[in-house]
Design a binder for this molecule. Structure first.
Ligand code: URA
Length: 213
């Protein structure tokens, strides 16, 4: 499946310029209630990109994506798959500003923010894109198919990237079982599949895999 990337000035900008623009952005109402915009974490040189939903309270306060409880679990699971959060992956979200009360971003908000995400994809040019949760799947794949159905499958991403939906780490916090077939177990399989694909593509990762489950 090909992703329609927006054209326009924002898409041609550098990551630095996009990040600066996002910090002052008022393209949707989320701009009025944010403390900080939350642009990215990890490495712009990484060949793997992870796209989540949107900032929560801790992200809004720190300006860094995935630093709350869900983020800590994600970081831990990535590390156990041998994917180093700072060096091997570029992390961002569908929207750069926190939706009030941590509600899901609205379609209009994701649409307003899409040029930033599109610009991030065009600049980073990842070989592998991981979509964490249904909101990122809807934003990028434009499908309403359930995450449970499509997680762990490879899709065709932009610029020839391979793209995989995975569970959102918040879902795993609500489903802590690690037994075979549980969401956490499946996430662990999916991240290992991502690692193997990276290795197959000759992407050098800096982490050391260690058993999570
Ligand atoms: N933190 C983020 O940055 N994104 C999410 O989707 C969840 C928590």
């Amino acid at each position: 499946m090909q992703i329609p990337l927006l054209q326009g000035p924002a898409v041609c900008s550098s990551l630095e310029a996009l990040s600066k623009a996002a910090a002052e952005c008022m393209r949707c109402p989320l701009g009025a209630t944010r403390i900080r915009s939350v642009f990215s974490d990890g490495s712009p040189q990484a060949q793997i990109m992870l796209i989540g939903e949107g900032p929560g309270q801790q992200e809004d306060e720190s300006g860094i994506p995935f630093v709350g409880r869900a983020g800590q679990l994600l970081t831990q699971m990535l590390a156990s798959a041998g994917i180093d959060r700072q060096q091997d992956i570029y992390i961002c979200n569908t929207v750069k500003c926190r939706p009030p009360q941590n509600r899901k971003p609205q379609a209009s908000e994701m649409e307003a923010c899409f040029p930033y995400l599109s610009g991030q994809i065009q600049n980073v040019q990842p070989k592998i894109i991981v979509l964490a949760g249904a909101t990122a799947v809807q934003d990028i794949l434009k499908t309403k198919q359930g995450i449970t159905k499509i997680r762990g499958q490879w899709f065709e991403g932009p610029n020839g990237a391979k793209l995989m939906p995975i569970f959102h780490p918040s879902y795993l916090l609500r489903n802590p079982s690690q037994t075979e077939g549980s969401p956490k177990w499946l996430m662990w399989q999916d991240l290992q599949t991502v690692r193997k694909e990276a290795e197959a593509q000759g992407i050098q990762l800096h982490g050391t895999p260690s058993p999570f489950i």
